[in-house]
Design a protein around this ligand. Sequence first.
Ligand code: 3SL
Length: 245
Amino acid sequence: MKLFIYHTPELTPVDKVPECAIAVDVLRATTTMATVLAAGGEAVQVFSNLDQLMQVSESWPAEKRLRAGERGGAKVPGFDMGNSPLECTPDLVKGRRLFISTTNGTRTLQRVQDAKAVLAAAFINRGAAVKYLLSLQPETVWIVGSGWEGSFSLEDTACAGAIAHSLLQLADLSADEVAGNDEVINAIALYSQWQDNLLGLFHNASHGKRLLGLECHEDLKYCSQTDTLDVLPMQQEPGVLKRYY
Ligand code: 3SL
């Protein structure tokens, strides 16, 4: 297995696709997706465009859908919810499809949607992503951070490092054997430095600060938990993710 980490979707190669792509948007899109599926959501369908989301979801029965729209960290007016994982209770999401568009995370999923396997991971379901890699052993794996509008984000690269770190430990491999690019070594080092204080890392991160400014302290705490959900969102058809574990 060769592992490649890309800090943003814009940095992924355009002339090839990996056997497995893992989209990461710790704050908060992929954390929300794992939470929705853990709470009994039927599926998550991602859109980069809000109008397209409205149009496609219109054909879905109203009682079986939820529309989530986030821009700049805030809920888009007219949508059922923003992008807080804390809103995704079983009462609200059970049996429903989440139609979601966020600033960066949903774009990342769209960027890698041609890979043979497309997964969504965050700290809360890091273990489920690693379990998949260990059992399926894909030849090439890209872990793609969502960043913020084309720029690097600390939390996504740290999560990519957390996945790589756990994979190496459980498979008893060295970084040298697995790393396909320098970003893998860099991400493992970042995660190793902050693994016992991920909330502290979020407080230093620009998007963490943005969310704190929007009173999302509890969201940050929730997103900083590691390996709490044994749930793996996996793409079943372009843009539609369902629960694999
Ligand atoms: O950028 C994104 O996709 C979002 O996850 C951002 S936010 O955490 O909802 O503000």
